[in-house]
Design a protein around this ligand. Sequence first.
Ligand SMILES: [Zn+2]
Ligand SMILES: [Zn+2]
Ligand SMILES: [Zn+2]
Ligand SMILES: [Zn+2]
Length: 509
Amino acid sequence: MTEGRPSGFDGHGPESPLDLGGIGPGEAASIVGRLSDGTMPALVDALAKAGNCVRPVRLVGRSATVDLRTGEILSSFYSADEPLGALYKPCGNRREAVCASCSRVYARDTYELISTGLNGGKGVPATVSTNPLLFVTLTAPSFGLVHGVRDGEEQCHPRTRLAWCPHGRRLACWARHDGDDPRVGAPLCADCYDAPSAVIWQWHAPELWRRFTIALRRRLAAELGVRESDLAQHARLEYAKVAEFQARGVVHFHALVRLDGSEGPGSPAPTTASGLRRCVLEAAAVVRCTAPPVDRTDVERVLRFGAQTDVRIVREGGAVADQITSEQVAAYLAKYSTKSTGVDPRRPLHHLAALMTTCRTLAARALDGCPFGCEERIADRRARRCGNCARHPYALLGRWAAMLGFRGHFSTKSRRYSVTLGALRRARRRFHALLADVRRQLDKLDVRELEEQLMAADEETTLVIGSWSYEGTGWPRAGDKALADAAASRAREYAKWRAEQRTIDKQRA
Ligand SMILES: [Zn+2]
Ligand SMILES: [Zn+2]
Ligand SMILES: [Zn+2]
Ligand SMILES: [Zn+2]
């Protein structure tokens, strides 16, 4: 085995400066400015406190922490005392393309949330690892032929006999596309592609998922031979799901589905993973949703999931099935939770831009002829609709054009799947407060029962009263963001290096 550091990370300390290779002259001048006017240490401090967020929220004001039992003021905080004269709060954005640092925090929390639902911990009983568990992918149906990446470097759409569409286009493609090819996901013929149905399917996808969960409960009750209304006395279904945009611009749902007994997480399940898998496949195949027509010239559509429903058994119940490990599954779902969503407005791919236009066109058709001119304001997020238009099922479709009509959440879970993101954030807040206390009192951190303390759902005994006003978003000078970017990518490399070291240590052990 080779010793030393893997490529991409050359350690910390004064010998390993930040990589500022890509910055412009304005940014460089502003960094030099910070160095010469002596405000660099203050910036470094603020960057660390904001976790290297690239576009933090700037707040000014003050707050006091009050002990609820005694009314005593435990501490006060003034933003004017902060190094840069304001409080910089991380933006907390989930999307990697918006803020690399905050999206990593989100991905870590999502990973924790998913893996505690798999293996227990943080208040979830460890016996959840004996409950049957599936990894389910529900797809969108086909709306026409699109270019795609094929397994094993197969050709895209090879045809031995030439086929032509009614628009005179050849319905074949002998290319071997890779994932970066901008043609991937684009229709072979844009005129043949049923873009309106794709958008309308997406608009109803959250409802389709909701109906799937109802159908699944119904199938499970039948499998167990109990009445649907009595199901809770025998079994509980918990899930964590993410929506992932495909290259063609429609979402797939990936979900972990766990079967618990009547006592909730960790109690013995009444059937096996194979039994549950049968129920999922049946439910996915039968679920339907009727979409009303957009206008009088349109048709009603009966929507369903695509035929490629994929259900893998992660755990049969007790034993781990060997195809995929639970860590892989948690990492996979966490990764999708931070992926960019919808369309990059700066450089939309042609076929995705066409779907955005379809969203707006359908919304305009839906509100066409309104005496109050609602259809002229379809893309305006703030504009109100008249009473009549507000009731139209497609009234808001234009507002969701950038999401290609998907208005659902990108990651959701059922209440009793595991811990919540809120509880994880509260735990982090408590940890930082504890750490500050320890530092102030030059004390040692007591790690016994630390997790229990941090995750406790009990009432807070202190109250923070404050008066804050929003001053703006982002760092004050041009070079500050470049430093945040560089520091964030250094932290990322370090985390990767640490993970690699841990793997090496594990292999040696
Ligand atoms: Zn951020
Ligand atoms: Zn192709
Ligand atoms: Zn055609
Ligand atoms: Zn109207």
